[in-house]
Design a protein around this ligand. Structure first.
Ligand code: FES
Length: 153
């Protein structure tokens, strides 16, 4: 039995050894976390653990005692969505959307970590999230718009 915070909710889980965070989240209905591969190369399974980008497929859940886990489900409440998601919509930065949750989490992690991230920082952080639709230009613009607005406040 372990305890951790999942999207701000104290969560207690009876876990089997060898269960990945990816399997756990999908079983619990957190479908923003996508399958990409068993080795984490695609970033489709991106989550934040204590604010850091991690691949849910590569984390055994029993190692997460006391950790703070975030999926993109925590970024919206009904029609009330995160400003970064707004920026993606405004820029038309979503094609099929498979990679979008991972991109949003990666950019938000950068926004929290660095005071004035550059476009190059955005490209670096997005390098870990493959977009099979090859739509990188608009996400970079959306991220830059979001970060510029956020830093102006
Ligand atoms: S929008 Fe389709 S994989 Fe990125």
């Amino acid at each position: 039995m372990i305890q951790f915070q999942l999207n701000g909710t104290l969560t207690e889980a009876q876990v089997r050894s060898g269960t990945t965070l990816f399997d756990f989240l999908r079983e619990k209905g957190f479908f923003s976390v996508k399958y990409g591969s068993d080795k984490g190369e695609t970033g489709a399974d991106t989550v934040l653990v204590d604010g850091k980008i991690m691949n849910a497929s590569l984390i055994l859940i029993h190692t997460l005692e006391g950790k703070y886990i975030e999926t993109v489900e925590s970024f919206s409440h009904g029609q009330d969505i995160h400003p970064l998601q707004d920026a993606f919509i405004e820029e038309g930065a979503i094609q099929c959307g498979y990679c979008t949750p991972g991109m949003v989490l990666a950019i938000e992690s950068l926004a929290r970590e660095k005071e004035n991230p550059t476009e190059s920082d955005v490209k670096d952080v997005l390098a870990g999230v493959y977009c099979r639709c090859t739509g990188y230009v608009k996400p970079v613009i959306a991220a830059t718009n979001y970060l510029t607005t956020k830093n102006a406040k």
